[in-house]
Design a protein around this ligand. Structure first.
Ligand code: HPA
Length: 277
């Protein structure tokens, strides 16, 4: 297999050839977060199938497209279909979309996901802006990456997620009547959901929400010097926090019922980023 950085550069070149666009803002869409792409105008959709070297993705709710479009006067690219560790993908594949976006010129990245609420003050339908994370996957996407002076691998992780962006998104949520928290996201490998004992342990560790994505991508994005915004939609309370049993179908159903609200939120987020950029 080709070295990951080379592979990402080749795929980015194909995307640039087809679209002629060089977006500086990217968004990775988690389960049910399609609204972030729906609000883009002048859309051009490139399927993963159409790109040499791009793996196919296979989870319900993840389409496998790059959606290029515009909002707030900027070019934006949305990734519909991430690669998860629980599908058996290698770390290099999990971070491939992030590396491709970086090659395209993206320097502000929004990572979205569906998550289980650990913090008992959260409710399904709430958003959580990531202020920090815990990597409980047992792996790191920078293992084996050759450090350079421009891209060192011993990166500072004190403030992974941009506090300025987070503050303005929290204000927008307030205005739109969306319940929004700031908290720590913990990534597990999955695909089984957690046990109640694990959730109690994660709470003691300081986690507010749990999910099966995002952290590995955030580490890679940080290495690539991107400004990061992480948003979780709490689709369910984590195991043992409420009486319900967990199912992927229910997670998608909850996302479908709350995600209409997200169109307006994303218009405002893109407009904020355009002021930062
Ligand atoms: N656990 C892990 N991942 C999830 C959950 C959960 O409860 N809900 C949505 N993604």
């Amino acid at each position: 297999m080709k070295q990951i950085a080379l592979r990402a550069a080749e795929i980015a070149r194909q995307l640039q050839e087809r679209t002629g666009r060089s977006p500086r803002v990217g968004v990775v869409l988690g389960s049910g977060w399609g609204a972030a792409a729906d609000v883009l105008s002048e859309q051009q959709i490139i399927s993963y199938d159409a790109l040499d070297g791009m793996p196919q993705c296979g989870v319900a709710g993840h389409a496998g497209n790059f959606v290029f479009g515009r909002a707030a006067g900027m070019d934006i690219v949305a990734v519909q279909g991430r690669f998860h560790l629980y599908e058996g993908h290698a770390l290099d594949t999990v971070v491939l979309p992030v590396r491709i976006l970086s090659e395209l010129g993206v320097d502000t990245l929004i990572l979205t996901n569906a998550a289980g609420g650990i913090n008992t003050s959260y409710s399904p339908g709430d958003l959580m802006l990531l202020s920090d994370h815990i990597n409980l996957t047992g792996c790191n996407p920078l293992v084996g990456v050759r450090a350079s002076s421009a891209y060192p691998i011993f990166i500072d992780m004190t403030e992974i997620y941009d506090s300025g962006l987070r503050r303005s998104v929290a204000e927008h949520c307030g205005r739109l009547g969306i319940n929004c928290h700031e908290g720590t996201y913990l990534q597990v490998v999955g695909p089984s959901y957690e046990t109640p004992a694990e959730i109690r342990a994660f709470r003691a560790m300081g986690a507010d929400a749990v999910g099966m994505s995002t952290v590995i991508e955030a580490i890679c994005a940080r290495y690539l010097k991107m400004r990061l915004l992480g948003i979780s939609c709490i689709t369910n309370m984590a195991a043992g926090v409420a009486a319900q049993r967990l199912s992927h179908g229910d997670v998608l159903k909850e996302m479908a019922s709350v995600s209409e609200n997200f169109c307006n939120l994303f218009k405002l987020i893109y407009s904020d980023i355009s002021k930062f950029a």
